[in-house]
Every structure is written in C-alpha cells, then in structure tokens.
Design a protein around this ligand. Sequence first.
Ligand SMILES: Nc1ncnc2c1ncn2[C@@H]1O[C@H](COP(=O)(O)OP(=O)(O)OP(=O)(O)O)[C@@H](O)[C@H]1O
Ligand SMILES: [Mg+2]
Length: 463
Amino acid sequence: MNQASAALVSRFGQAFSLARRLWIGFSRTLAGVMPKGLYARSLLIVIVPMVILQSAIALVFMERHWQLVTFRLSSAVTQDIGALIDIHRDFGALDPDSARLEAIARQRLNLEAEILPAGPLPPALPKPFFSLVDRAMSSEIERQIRLPFWIDTVGQSDFIEVRIDMGDAILRVVAHRGQAYASNTHIFIVWMVGTALVLIAVAILFLRNQIRPILALADAAEEFGKGREVEFRPRGAREVRRAAYAFLEMKRRIERAMDQRTTMLNGVSHDLRTILTRFKLSLALLGDEAEVEELTGDVDEMQRMLEAYLAFARGDIGEASSPSDIPVLLETLRQESERLGHETEVVYTGEPIATVRPDAFKRCLANLLNNALRYGRKIRLEGSCDQKFLLIHVDDDGPGIPPNLRENAFRPFVRLDKARNQDEGGTGLGLAIARDIARAHGGDVFLATSPLGGLRASLRVPV
Ligand SMILES: Nc1ncnc2c1ncn2[C@@H]1O[C@H](COP(=O)(O)OP(=O)(O)OP(=O)(O)O)[C@@H](O)[C@H]1O
Ligand SMILES: [Mg+2]
C-alpha cells in the first residue's frame, strides 16, 4: 500500500514537472512571438478575444443552424419528389407522356421533372469532400423514399440532379441548389468579418490616442536624461497623467538640487578666494624669505585649485542644447593642439551635426585633449556618429594609465602617481569634469588603451 502510494506520488511529481516545463516552454515561445510594442500588444488584447468569440459563434452557427436549415430544406425537396413518385404511380396511366406531371412539378413545386424509360442508373459519382447538401439530400431520400437513386450535386453548380429508379421508369428531377440548401450563409460571414473590421478600426483609433501620451512621456524622460530642454504637458488617461506629473515633479527636484549645489559651491569658492587674496597680500608684505616663497607657492596652487573647482561647480546648468557641427569643433581643437607643437590628426565619419550643449561639450573634449597634450606627443581625434551615439576618441602616445587605476583617475582632485606628474599644472579635476559633462548629456567618458600606445579617452553621448 505504502509502496503504491509512493509510486503514485512520484508519478504525480513527474507529471507536474512535465507540465511545468511545458508551461515554461509555452510562455517563452509566447514571449518570443508576442509583439514588443504596447500598441501592438493592446491591439492583440482587443482582437484575439474578438476573433475567438466570432469563430466560436460561427462554428456553432455552422454546426447547428446551417445544418438544420439545410436538412429541413432537403427534406422538403425530398417530400416533393416523393409526391411526384406517388402521382406517377397512381395516375401514370392517365398521363402517358407525363406532360401533366412535368407541368405540376414546374408550376407547383418549382422542380424540373422528367420520366425516363426504365434502365440502369448511371454509376454513382464520387462524394464531394465537403458538401452538406449532398449528405442531407442522400440521407433524406434514403429515409423517405427508400428506392435506388443517383444524385449529382456538383455537375452544374447551381442545380442538383436526382434520379430515382421507380422500377417501371426513372424519375429525373432537377432542383435549384437554393431550394435544398441554406445558401445565404455567406452573408452572415460577410457581416461578421465586416463588423470585426469596423471594430478593429475603432480599436486602432482609440488605442493610438491612448498610447500617444505614454510615448510623449517616454520621449520627455529620454530628452531630460540627455540634458536637453523638455517641452511636455501631461495628457491622456489618469494613470498616465499621474506618471507624467510624477516625472515633472522629479525633474523639478533634480533641477533644484543641481541649482543648490551650484549656488553652494559658488559661495564657498568665492569666500575662500577672498581669504586667499588676503593671504597673498599679507605674504607679499612679509618680504621674500625662503619660507614665505614656499607659502606663496602653496597659496598659488590653492588658488588654481579653487578656480578649477569653481569651473567644476558652475557645471553647465543653464546652457541650452543646440545642433552643433562636431567636425568643425574637432578642427578647432586640432589647431590648438598643433599650435602647442603636437602632431595631431583628426578623422570623422557619419552625420556631422549633433545636438549638444556646445560650450560644455567643448570643455569636455578640451579636458581630454589637455591630458593627451600633457602626456603624449602624437595625438589623434577620431569621431563617428550613427543613429544612436556620437563617439569621440582622444588618443595619445603617452604612458597611458594601467587598467586598475583608470576608475580612480576620474575622482575629483585625484592625480595619479606623483612621479609622473612632475609639472604643477593639474588639479586632478579634468577627467571628473569631463565625465560630469558627458553624463549631463546622458552619456559617459571611458578610458582604454590607445592604438597609438598611450591612453584612449572616449566620449560617448546619445544623439
Ligand atoms: N592621457 C593621459 N596619459 C596618462 N595619464 C593620464 C592621462 N590623462 C590623465 N591621466 C592621469 O589621470 C590623472 C587625472 O587626470 P585629470 O585630467 O582628472 O587631472 P589632471 O590632468 O591631473 O589635472 P587637470 O586636468 O585638472 O588639470 C592625471 O593626473 C594623470 O595621472
Ligand atoms: Mg587633465
């Protein structure tokens, strides 16, 4: 008993895991075939149930109504044929050339009837694959008349021909197909398809209007992410509008936080600058001993750092995005670099115009270029733009940065090993500022090894 129940449990478990796997496979396939867009999906949600409903109705209709009507009609025609047979049997002697019978059939029953001399029936025709009328007529004749017969429902498509072997003669009857067959079914199907099309058209119009505000919200969020001006008014259904208002509120908060950061840092830097100036004045009054000179050097460095910090803090808030000619910008940078005596090459491919904040973008590239100028002799600027991204590499042939230190180099005020930074020029803010600007454009700055042997700094922003 225990063994049996254990076997049952294990079989149940197997069945369950099989069902689970099937279900997972099914849902994966479904996810693969399902359209990805909300518009297409909502349309499917409207259309699929409608098609299923209509198919079910059509099927029931075909099965029941259509079949029933066809059988009734066939039964009526068969009754008429039976009556003709009776007339022939009972009154055949009075009507030797069967003219009366034919007249009655034509005028009263709307059938073409004819009495043929006795003889064998033609060989049975192959049954058509799907013919309700053939089935209905055959079964009705078998049931009501019980005489050998021959039937042709396909020969002349608008007519049905029946021959009954009455023993002494053969009755040939030709009826209109419509008399035995519910032939106006196609009108039902036309109506069904027609209404379905109207419904789908209405659904498409409505859905499009519902989805447009969602797309507008997505566009606005994307534009904001790229640091561009956003023109956006919440519209559409309540839920969509709620999301839109939440987005606008978030945008306002982010902008306020950025404003606050700028104001605060500006304030701090300004105050420190005032004090530094006082320092310098006092030092100048102290004379020019060695210690004083050292102190003056420190104060100078502090001031330089402050200036850089101010630039960092000012950020790019307020500058509007505008379509800018990137190859022209690269050319300006090349000239500057050549002026400083560096061999510089510029390559650009793709769409030249990209929407960026021009000054900030230039500062970002200038920071990357300044590093290349400081550490390398040969410089190469390589830009490309496709549908999605604008990508600019700044390559040099300097010492480069080992991969494990690259992330560190981005941190504000971080200058890598002192041995390499002999000159006093840098504050360690260049890469931090460059990354800040790139991110404000929705992009980023990456460091890699350059084909020239030194560092490759790549700026990538979405267009
Ligand atoms: N092209 C490069 N080749 C080698 N090392 C580099 C290169 N660019 C940057 N570095 C290293 O990364 C550090 C950080 O660079 P970053 O531009 O942030 O500061 P900086 O150049 O020292 O100062 P600043 O740019 O503020 O004048 C640099 O001190 C340097 O050590
Ligand atoms: Mg730098």
